[in-house]
Design a protein around this ligand. Structure first.
Ligand code: DX5
Ligand code: ZN
Length: 219
C-alpha cells in the first residue's frame, strides 16, 4: 500500500518545506501539465530536476502532456523513480515504456476515465504501473468517479493471475471516504492531493489513508 501525495495541492512558493511536510509518504507525485493534453499548466523538467535534489522520497512523475516521446525520457534521466505517461497521448506506449525502463525508471501508463483498459491487459508486463484516473485529469480537488472501478478489478485479476509486479495506481478524489472503495477494487498505490496537503497534519493524514487502504485490501 503506497500513499503518494500530489504537490499540485502544495504551496507553490515553498516546495522544499512542503516536501518535508509529506516525508511520511511512500513517493511524491508530481503532476506535469502542458495546457494541451489537459486545460491546465503546471511545471516542467527544470522544476523536477531541482525537486529531485531536495525530495525526501522518490518522485512519481505523472505526465499529462502531448508528445510524451519527446519529454518523458528527460524525466527518467533526471532521476525520477517512476515516469507515467498517458495512453491517449502516444501511439507507441510499449516503445516508450521500454525506453523509460532502459534509462532506469519505472514505466507507468495512465488511462483517462473514458479510456478502455482492455487493450492494455495483454501487454501489462511492459509496464511497472498502471494509473487509473479517477477524475478527468487537469485539476486537483475534484470528486472521485466510482465508475472507473471496473478497470481496477480487471487489472487486479490479471496481476493476480500472472504474478506480474505491476502497481495499480488511482489518482483523483482520493480521501478517507473513497480510498477504501479503490483499495477494494484492487488499487495498491494512491495519489492524494487536496486530502493530504489540505490537512492540518499531513503526516497523520497519510497514516490514516494507509491504514484505511490496508483495511480494505484483498491483496
Ligand atoms: C489531476 C492530477 C492529480 C491531482 C489529484 O489531474 O493528476 O494528481 O493532484 O488531486 P486530488 O487528490 O485533490 O483529487
Ligand atoms: Zn496526477
Amino acid at each position: 500500500m503506497r500513499i503518494n501525495p500530489s504537490i499540485l495541492s502544495a504551496d507553490f512558493a515553498n516546495f522544499e518545506s512542503e516536501l518535508q511536510r509529506v516525508a511520511a509518504a511512500d513517493l511524491i507525485h508530481v503532476d506535469i501539465m502542458d495546457n494541451h493534453f489537459v486545460p491546465n499548466l503546471t511545471f516542467g523538467l527544470p522544476m523536477v530536476q531541482r525537486l529531485q535534489q531536495v525530495t525526501p522520497k522518490p518522485l512519481d512523475v505523472h505526465l499529462m502532456i502531448d508528445d510524451p516521446e519527446r519529454w518523458a525520457p528527460g524525466y527518467a534521466e533526471a532521476g525520477a523513480y517512476s515516469v507515467t505517461f498517458h495512453a491517449e497521448a502516444t501511439g507507441d506506449s510499449v516503445g516508450l515504456a521500454r525506453r523509460l525502463r532502459s534509462i532506469g525508471a519505472r514505466a507507468g501508463i495512465a488511462l483517462k476515465p473514458g479510456t478502455d483498459v482492455m487493450d492494455y491487459l495483454e501487454i501489462l508486463g511492459e509496464f511497472d504501473q498502471v494509473l487509473v484516473m479517477t477524475v478527468e485529469p487537469g485539476f486537483g480537488g475534484q470528486s472521485f468517479m466510482e465508475s472507473t472501478m471496473p478497470k481496477l478489478v480487471a487489472l487486479r485479476e490479471v496481476v493476480t493471475k500472472t504474478g506480474l509486479d505491476v502497481w495499480l495506481q488511482v489518482d483523483g478524489g482520493i480521501n478517507e471516504k473513497t480510498i477504501g472503495i479503490a483499495a477494494e477494487a484492487g488499487a495498491d498505490t494512491f495519489v492524494a492531493g487536496s486530502s493530504v496537503f489540505g490537512s492540518d497534519n499531513p503526516a497523520a493524514a497519510i497514516t490514516t489513508l494507509r491504514e484505511l487502504a490496508r483495511a480494505h485490501t484483498h491483496a
